[in-house]
Design a binder for this molecule. Structure first.
Ligand SMILES: Cc1cc2nc3c(=O)[nH]c(=O)nc-3n(C[C@H](O)[C@H](O)[C@H](O)COP(=O)(O)O)c2cc1C
Length: 398
């Protein structure tokens, strides 16, 4: 049997195979953050398609941490009923489900949250919306940390198998961990221990509140690729060691930030026209030039986070490691597991195009995904479109 179809434990949770649906923002929730029928349909299909572990798109834990037009909410108890239905749909087909907990920090906009976004420091200007965030005070830091814990408790109530604390892609916890975003010189910044403090408090507080068999996992950037040094591969290794000491159940490695280096996060083609489509006219010419200049520089390089995974795996030992980023062929995926570079193969864009890839792999109907990384699914996000494969057509309006 192919090693990809062997079981894998994450904490006390047993996965039927090594495949993970990496968190993918869907733009399909109700305006108040509630789960919709479209979301349930999407995840039921993926579970039917034999994905071992499903991590839906990031769920905002606090109204000030909400980003984009239609994210799923886990910020209030009113969300629990819908989240239960989502879990039920996935469990029907023997797949497991973790909720990705997220606060966008400065990677949101005042249009989305009605005030200046918060961040660990106010130094870094948003290059798309041109604001500087408000530096969080002690009360705001405590309120955000508490919100992660309440969200994890809601995940338990909804019946999820675990949570993934989002520490990647430039969102709030990534901002605390990164020397680029976090310029503080108090107990929250200035050294790697201090920058790690916020995440440590969040994890320890969640551990104190959830049952022992509930998985607590992390998505970690191994390279921020920010204009000035943020998380580097070396710093990621240091943080991975700290996470091991905390006793977390799994790490998934990724890279890039949604605002500063989205093409590192999603290597492939740069869909310039689609990316700028719904920008106001005054922004378009400069944005067009900036985005056009990225073309050809981020061609897909299969498994572009493998090298980083290789550096982290020895540090975390038997804690399962997931790898996301350009995993496209069965051969490469099997190699990663056989070489023990990682234990789990995560994908995002391929599942948008083909929810049944894993079933097809298993039945020997395919040996590579059909996704061509055109990145029009990524361009759907700033346009406010629900995600689907837009390779053949990109709408003017939904
Ligand atoms: C449309 C879209 C939405 C995404 N939403 C999320 C998200 O909610 N949370 C997250 O951690 N990563 C998100 N990502 C990043 C992916 O999880 C993944 O790290 C990246 O796409 C690279 O993997 P791939 O080559 O398998 O697509 C998103 C990517 C795309 C294209």
């Amino acid at each position: 049997m192919n090693v990809l179809f062997t079981q894998q434990m994450i904490g006390n949770v047993e996965l039927k195979n090594r495949f993970v649906h990496s968190a993918t923002y869907e733009g399909m929730a109700d305006p108040d953050g509630k789960v919709t029928e479209d979301l349930i349909k999407r995840y039921r299909l993926l579970a039917q398609g034999d994905v071992g572990l499903i991590i839906p798109g990031f769920m905002y834990i606090h109204p000030l941490g909400r980003a984009y037009k239609a994210p799923i909410g886990i910020h209030s108890n009113e969300m629990i009923e819908g989240l239960k239905n989502l879990v039920k749909a996935v469990h029907e087909f023997d797949s497991k489900i973790f909720f990705q907990l997220n606060h966008a920090g400065q990677q949101t906009s005042s249009a989305d949250i009605g005030q200046t976004p918060l961040g660990p420091s106010s130094s870094v200007r948003d290059p798309i919306n041109f604001f500087k965030p408000k530096q969080m005070n002690e009360n705001e830091i405590k309120e955000a940390a508490d919100a992660y814990v309440h969200a994890a408790e809601r995940a338990v109530k909804a019946g999820a198998d675990g949570v993934q604390v989002h520490c990647a892609h430039g969102y709030l916890i990534n901002q605390f961990l990164s020397p680029f975003f976090n310029r503080r010189q108090d107990k929250w910044g200035g050294s790697s221990e201090n920058r790690f403090r916020f995440l440590k408090q969040v994890i320890q507080a969640i551990q104190a509140k959830v049952p022992n068999d509930f998985c607590i996992t992390v998505k970690l950037n191994t390279n921020d690729f920010t204009p000035k040094q943020g998380i580097t591969p070396e710093l990621a290794v240091e943080y991975a060691g700290m996470l091991k000491k905390l006793g977390i159940d799994m790490i998934e490695v990724s890279c890039g930030s949604s605002i500063f280096s989205y093409m590192n996060m999603c290597r492939g083609d740069v869909p310039v026209k689609e990316m700028v489509q719904s920008m106001p006219l005054w922004k378009k010419p400069v944005a067009w030039l900036m985005i056009q200049s990225l073309k050809g520089k981020y061609d897909l390089d299969e498994g572009y986070n493998i090298k980083a995974a290789r550096a982290i795996k020895p540090v975390i030992g038997n804690i399962p490691l997931g790898i996301v980023g350009g995993m496209r062929t069965l051969d490469k995926m099997s190699q990663v597991i056989t070489n023990q570079d990682a234990d789990l193969i995560s994908m995002c864009r391929p599942f948008i195009r083909e929810p049944f890839i894993i079933k097809n792999f298993k039945e020997n109907k395919k040996d590579k995904v059909s996704c061509i990384s055109c990145n029009r699914c990524l361009a759907a996000v700033p346009n406010g479109f629900p995600i689907r494969c837009y390779n053949k057509d990109f709408p003017k309006k939904i």
